[in-house]
Structure formats: C-alpha cells, structure tokens
Design a protein around this ligand. Structure first.
Ligand code: FES
Length: 176
C-alpha cells in the first residue's frame, strides 16, 4: 500500500497556513517581550485562540496542537482554557445558530416544548450540529426579551411568543 504521509503532511501544512500567519503576527508583537514567560503565554493564548476560531469557525484539534507547540503549553492547559470559555467551539458549527432561551420566563411558558420540537425537526439534540452543517442548536439562559417568552434566536433574528407548531415554518426559511 502506498504511504500517503507526505501528501497528508502537505495538506496539514496548507490547512495550518492561516494559523502560521496569526502566530507570526503575535511573535512580532512580542519581540520585546519574554513570550515564554507564563504570564505572556496566557496573555497571548486567548487572542490567538480567538483569531484562530475566526479563521476556521471553530478550533480544530490540529490547530490547537500547533498553538500548544508554539506557546510551549500542554494540550491539557489549552483544553482547560478552551473549555472554560463558552466563546470557544471544538466542533464545526452550523451556518445558522439557533439559540433557545430556557431562562425562567421562557421555561414557564413552554421553552422545553420548543426544544423538543426543534430537536425533532432537525434530528439532533441541543448542543449538536446537523450533518450538513446547516444548523447548530443550543439552549441559553435569559436573552433579555422575557416579555416575548418563549423566545429563540436564529443568528441575529429574534422570534418571540413562539409555539411548537410554528417551528417547522421558521426553520424552512433557513433551509434553502
Ligand atoms: S427568560 Fe427567556 S428571554 Fe428572559
């Protein structure tokens, strides 16, 4: 069997090229700093993760490994930070982000039924992304529109006083 290691390495290099540019930028900005001092590592880690996520839309394992190597941190240190902040995502996310509010006001007005209907319509559980990368479904605490409970947001759009039977029609607007 032919070894495709060289090819894979090349693909990986290409994939990581945008990250290399981000790392180089931070290296330049740290020219007068002791980058590998602990404090400096922490100072640079979060902005690097943010920029990497902006580039890839999530934080792929290979990118995290490269960042860990660059900052001389262990993968568990990196995961500690990535899993602490909800802004970071370890899995690819959908084109449309659905957030269902399950705060108190929405909860008492039937948020759970909305969650169930969404999960049924999309065939995924909350916290997951559809295989076609169209939708990511998540639940969130109060989004500050309690008067409209139960409320969901799809991307930047808010839908209030929602009933489960409205869910399929709303999703249809985003399916094409
Ligand atoms: S509890 Fe849902 S918007 Fe406040």
């Amino acid at each position: 069997m032919d070894c495709q290691c060289g090819e894979q390495r090349e693909d990986l290099q290409k994939f990581l090229q945008p990250l290399e540019e981000i790392l180089t930028e931070y290296e330049k900005s740290s020219e007068n700093e002791q980058l590998f001092e602990n404090e400096q590592k922490e100072k640079h880690l979060i902005p690097i993760l943010q920029e990497a996520q902006e580039e890839y839309d999530y934080l792929p394992q290979d990118a995290l490994r490269r960042i860990a190597g660059h900052l001389d941190l262990s993968m568990s240190e990196i995961y500690g930070v990535v899993t602490f902040y909800t802004q970071f995502h370890l899995q690819p996310r959908g084109e449309h982000i659905i957030q269902i509010c399950t705060g108190t006001a929405c909860h008492v007005r039937g948020a759970e039924e909305i969650v169930r209907e969404m999960e049924k319509e999309l065939g995924i559980s909350s916290g997951e992304t559809t295989d076609d990368l169209k939708f990511t479904l998540s639940t969130v605490a109060c989004i500050g529109a309690c008067g409209l409970a139960p409320v969901i947001m799809i991307n930047e759009e808010t839908y209030g006083r929602l009933t489960p039977d409205e869910v399929p029609e709303i999703l249809n607007q985003y399916k094409s």
